[in-house]
Write a protein that binds this ligand. Structure first.
Ligand code: HEM
Length: 152
């Protein structure tokens, strides 16, 4: 019998993931203030943007035309990110994916998030951030390589 756990292979699935992830973020003691008090994020703008971003990354769909590094640099300039922000963000993301999705694209969603988090940590904080399963994903110095630059 086929698996009943879907992969992130459509815009609808990605929509559910992004909405579910931010539902956790807004109740998170560490991350909620970054989005609320620091960045004053308008969720009606942010959520569709993030859906577009992940549809581009995972499905190759056009749509997202922002600058991820610049957006985070602007937030960081108001109040500096810390390593624990990346730990929490990534833990919530992995949780959100694993709770409802399974397959090669779901794996890609986690691996891509780890790479971008590492690049952001490197560029903004000048630290080597790596997810817990870093050894499975390859050494941190690989993250700035080809394939990541376009996403930033
Ligand atoms: C420490 C972890 C992170 C925190 C606290 C964080 C926080 C934020 C905040 C507050 C914004 C809104 C910026 C604004 O509109 O003013 C934002 C935007 C965004 N974030 Fe993150 N983020 C984190 C990591 C990541 C990672 C790892 C990714 C990608 C895998 C990512 C993808 C995005 C994207 C695509 C945007 C929209 C950028 C744009 O405006 O075009 N974030 N993030």
């Amino acid at each position: 019998m086929a698996s009943t756990t879907p992969d992130l292979d459509s815009r609808t699935q990605i929509h559910h993931l992004v909405v579910g992830f931010y539902r956790e973020v807004v109740f998170d003691d560490l991350l909620a203030p970054v989005f609320g008090e620091v960045a004053e994020v308008d969720w009606t703008v942010h959520i569709p943007k993030l859906i577009d971003y992940w549809c581009r990354v995972l499905l190759g769909e056009p749509g997202y035309d922002g600058f991820v590094l610049a957006a985070h640099r602007a937030v960081h300039d108001v109040e500096a990110f810390r390593a624990e922000h990346f730990d929490r963000w990534y833990a919530l993301w992995v949780d959100a994916v694993d709770r409802r999705w399974q397959g090669p694209i779901a794996e890609q969603a986690k691996a891509h998030a780890a790479r971008i988090a590492a690049v952001l940590a490197r560029r903004l904080l000048a630290i080597d951030w790596a997810p817990p399963e870093a050894t499975a994903l390859g050494p941190a110095h690989d993250v700035a390589g080809a394939g990541t630059a376009g996403a930033l």
